[in-house]
Design a protein around this ligand. Structure first.
Ligand code: KMT
Ligand code: NI
Length: 200
């Protein structure tokens, strides 16, 4: 029963609405006043998350094993973001922060450090999802999003995938892609349909 008990997920995953200042992308960019978003609202957008241990023992982690089996995450590798470990560091960081989507899920499990995954809500507002050591998130196929380091300037994350990985980013706009249409159908238009039904 993954969601039936409080497992301290908020200690490693937090989400809030972003303000519109154009200061350094690595700053938190809260709205004024701050507007936090409960993690169950994220799941309505298709963004699911778990809390695991973090650190280097992921190969023995039973909870991770179960998630991988349940969701078919056969592929795994490690992505470490620092100038020494990531070839083309500056260019990569720049492209991570371009708003884009993928035709598959983006699955990240933070082993060390931290970072921000920004996702668009149903009304196209930016939600900043702060991921710390132990936090694992899935961004659904077709959601517009971007990534930035925070002011700690370091993240080491596990990247998972169903089958052979395809990391291709499609920068916005790419609304004609089936993955985009399917995302809207599953998580955004659904809301409109539901409220239309209750309005009758
Ligand atoms: C991505 O796709 O944005 C990344 O892989 C960078 C964040 S995961 C360390
Ligand atoms: Ni991405």
């Amino acid at each position: 029963m993954e969601h039936a008990f409080q497992d301290g997920k908020e200690e490693v995953i937090q989400a809030w609405y972003m303000g519109d200042s154009d200061e350094d992308q690595r700053l938190p960019h809260h709205r004024e006043p701050k507007e936090f978003i409960p993690l169950n609202k994220l799941s309505e957008l298709g963004v699911v998350s778990w809390r695991l241990e973090g650190g280097d023992n992921h190969e023995e982690d039973e909870k991770l094993k179960k998630i991988r089996e349940a969701r078919g995450y056969t592929y795994v590798d490690i992505c470490e973001i620092c100038p020494e470990k990531l070839p083309n560091y500056e260019a990569k960081l720049k492209s991570f922060f371009e708003e884009h989507l993928h035709t598959d899920e983006e699955i990240r499990y933070c082993l060390e450090g931290s970072g921000y995954f920004d996702v668009r809500d149903e009304g196209d507002c930016w939600i900043r999802v702060a991921l710390k050591k132990g936090g694992m998130i899935v961004l659904p196929a077709g959601i517009y999003h971007r990534f930035t380091l925070d002011t700690n300037n370091y993240i080491k994350a596990l990247r998972l995938f169903v089958g052979e990985p395809v990391w291709t980013p499609y920068n916005r706009p790419h609304d004609e892609l089936p993955a985009r249409k399917e995302y809207l159908e599953a998580f955004v238009n659904k809301e409109v349909k539901n409220s239309a039904v209750t309005a009758h």
